[in-house]
Design a binder for this molecule. Structure first.
Ligand SMILES: Cc1cc2nc3c(=O)[nH]c(=O)nc-3n(C[C@H](O)[C@H](O)[C@H](O)COP(=O)(O)O)c2cc1C
Length: 193
């Protein structure tokens, strides 16, 4: 079956190509701009990663999330150096990953906006605590993970989480491809898996 991706304009991306004079451009090999062009071709689901910070809930939009292992249940996320959410994931040893539905593009934009405070990102969301971390209601699926490993690679940190709680709902996923949001246009089964 062919799966179609519908792309919509990127309204609030926290991502861009490297700014002029970025030190990444001085690395040997293909320059960072070319690598970022390559990465942009990776189609990915869009998630929001949340954690409990010292002053309350923190969270950010993350497309670099991948399943890693079923036994034991592990997933991984790549969080940029200097992220407030990353600091909370490291300190708190627990985090949540929410796979967004196609209708949640605004939420993804808000949780990516560098200008938005944590309170602004969470404003109006239906949030509850699961294993001490903020969990957002209404996503396609979510998981609460215990932080198993955090390792720096270049300008990001690889975060491995052990899945401790899971909720799987129904709907279409929000996708990210070519620096734009997209959705699947083929029928998606209604039943939760
Ligand atoms: C669709 C989309 C996907 C993103 N994926 C990632 C990602 O995988 N890793 C990352 O570190 N930042 C990613 N970002 C950027 C962060 O969401 C953004 O830098 C955010 O402001 C970080 O928040 P924080 O510093 O409060 O933790 C993404 C942004 C968008 C719009």
């Amino acid at each position: 079956m062919t799966t179609r991706l519908r792309l919509v304009p990127d309204r609030a991306s926290g991502r861009s190509a490297t700014p002029p004079g970025d030190p990444l451009d001085e690395e040997p090999g293909p320059d960072a701009t070319r690598c970022l062009a390559l990465y942009a071709k990776l189609a990915a689901g869009v998630t929001v990663v949340t954690a409990r910070g010292p002053d309350g809930p923190l969270g950010m939009t993350v497309s670099a999330v991948t399943s890693l292992s079923a036994r034991p249940p592990l997933l991984l996320a790549c969080l940029r150096d200097g992220s407030r959410t990353l600091a909370a994931v490291r300190a708190g040893r627990t985090f949540a990953v929410h796979l967004l539905r196609a209708e949640q593009q605004d939420l993804a934009g808000r949780f990516a906006s560098p200008a938005a405070t944590a309170a602004e990102r969470f404003a109006g969301t239906d949030t509850r605590q699961v294993l001490g971390v903020p969990v957002l209601a209404g996503s396609l699926a979510w998981s609460v993970c215990l932080t198993e490993d955090v390792r720096r690679y270049g300008d990001h940190h690889l975060v491995v989480g052990r899945v401790a709680a899971v909720h799987v709902g129904a709907g279409r996923p929000l996708l990210w491809h070519d620096r734009r949001f997209g959705t699947l246009t083929d029928p998606v089964p209604d039943a939760a898996g």
